[in-house]
Design a protein around this ligand. Structure first.
Ligand SMILES: NC(=O)c1ccc[n+]([C@@H]2O[C@H](COP(=O)([O-])OP(=O)(O)OC[C@H]3O[C@@H](n4cnc5c(N)ncnc54)[C@H](O)[C@@H]3O)[C@@H](O)[C@H]2O)c1
Length: 415
């Protein structure tokens, strides 16, 4: 396939960590004999991860983690590859998509790489016999970790799961920079408006919200952050953003972008405060952060002035614009292609390492069921691989420096 006809060609050029993993493990095939289920937004970067798992010997069973983010050309490119089985198509209804996930789970995967805890929750709820056979899993999102914590609290997990989302190599880069840049660029492309000089309200100052707010300010916007955690609110304040309640911020917003992992962050109480022409978008995992059904009820009529924009006409003449129907704006909008490939390269390398460590290194058989932090050695190894691809050198600790960290008396110090 040429670069022009191969939908993954461009992305491979921007995913050097995954390519280095494929090169290193292509011959040894450490995942040979294992089937790995993968639920993720099924677009080009995910395609390269699938190729990498397959090159390392796995049989890869593929579905989307969201019904509307599947790219048909990627599914077409993967469908006929040896070692890959697809259970998803572009344009599926929610029922067809869920049915595909169940069919995937009936194929009895050994390992589950998940996004939003889609497959892990379903295998426990609907396929308990399969769940008991699964060796392990990895979860790449904040929303999925929250669900896994709830499963652990109820003591229902049947296998060990690595919380890939919580590794420094994931959330410091993917959530902050990936979500930050891709959410803002998608808001601008979808609306053909500029952020400079506008007021951007960011709901939530976690990893994603922090990236969105910082980058919006870097582009010349005035930023207001809303929070429910007093420490996060103070952090936003110290970082130079204004803090306000949503009720107060809504009246000044040109844009409101939510990223909390929670629901109803923009709700009935706020609709009356919003200005004419405001643009609402969500970057959190589920489409519940903006109360869309309530907005529809509150509106006199609804139009679609532009691809990806739903406009709610209020009785008093104000127009409230909602992007991507309140779903992940950077992944499901008409122009969206998700996070930049360079940042997904890091996240997907962590997902690959989760599978390799639990399957090929045998950690999955040794760990009891539960949610686990990923070993720091794997995080460091991916960071080093990334630095190598950037051709950047860093210092090593000297023996004396290592000893200094380990001793408490510090005999050489002046005090
Ligand atoms: N768009 C993407 O590509 C992408 C990428 C990574 C994560 N996510 C999703 O984004 C969401 C946030 O992820 P994160 O890593 O930033 O999580 P996080 O836990 O670090 O941050 C969430 C923040 O939202 C705050 N919050 C909760 N309820 C709130 C409310 N009602 N009003 C204001 N603030 C509230 C919390 O106090 C917290 O500080 C999750 O749903 C996650 O799955 C999306």
């Amino acid at each position: 396939m040429s670069d022009q006809t191969d939908p993954l060609a461009w992305t491979r050029d921007y995913t050097p960590i995954l390519r280095s993993l494929a090169d290193e493990y292509g011959e040894e095939q450490p995942l040979s004999g294992y089937s790995v289920a993968l639920a993720s937004h099924l677009e080009q970067k995910t395609g390269v991860l699938i190729e990498t798992l397959r090159d390392a010997g796995a049989e890869v069973l593929v579905t989307g983690s969201e019904p509307y983010s599947t790219k048909g050309e990627v599914v077409d490119a993967l469908r006929d590859q040896d070692g890959v089985e697809t259970f998803v198509e572009a344009g599926m209804t929610e029922e067809e998509w869920a049915d595909g996930q169940h069919r995937l789970l009936e194929a009895e995967p050994d390992f589950i790489l998940d996004d939003g805890c889609e497959l892990i929750a379903k295998v426990h709820a609907d396929h308990p016999d399969v769940a008991r056979q699964v060796i392990g899993g990895g979860e790449q999102t904040t929303a999925g970790i929250t669900r896994l914590e709830a499963m652990e609290d109820e003591d229902v997990l049947e296998f060990p799961v690595y919380g890939v989302n919580d590794t420094p190599m994931k959330h410091f880069f993917d959530n902050v920079h990936g979500t930050g840049e891709s959410s803002l660029s998608n808001v601008m492309i979808t609306t053909n408006t500029m952020l400079s000089g506008k007021t951007v309200v960011v709901g939530g100052y976690g990893y994603c919200g922090r990236g969105i707010a910082r980058k919006a300010r870097g582009m010349g916007a005035q930023t207001i952050v809303t929070e429910v955690d007093p420490r996060k609110a103070l952090e936003a304040h110290m970082d130079g953003h204004r803090i306000a309640s949503m009720a107060e911020a809504a009246s000044e917003a040109d844009y409101v972008i939510t990223s909390t992992g929670n629901r109803d962050v923009v709700r009935e109480d706020h609709f009356d405060e919003l200005q004419d022409g405001v643009i609402l978008a969500n970057a959190g995992h589920f489409d519940v952060e903006i109360a869309v059904a309530a907005l529809e009820d509150a509106a006199d009529r609804v139009t679609e002035p532009r691809d990806g924009v739903t406009r709610y006409h209020m009785a008093d003449g104000r127009r409230i614009n909602l992007l991507a129907e309140g779903r992940l704006v950077n992944l499901t909008g008409p122009h969206s292609s998700g996070h930049p490939a360079e940042v997904m390269d890091t996240t997907f390398a962590m997902m690959f390492e989760a599978a390799r460590d639990m399957l090929a290194e045998g950690r999955g058989e040794k760990l009891a069921p539960g949610l686990y932090a990923m070993p720091d050695r794997l995080d460091r190894a991916v960071a080093n691989r990334k630095l190598e691809t950037l051709d950047v050198d860093v210092d090593d600790l000297t023996d004396r420096q290592r000893e200094y960290y380990e001793e408490w008396e510090h005999p050489d110090s002046a005090f």
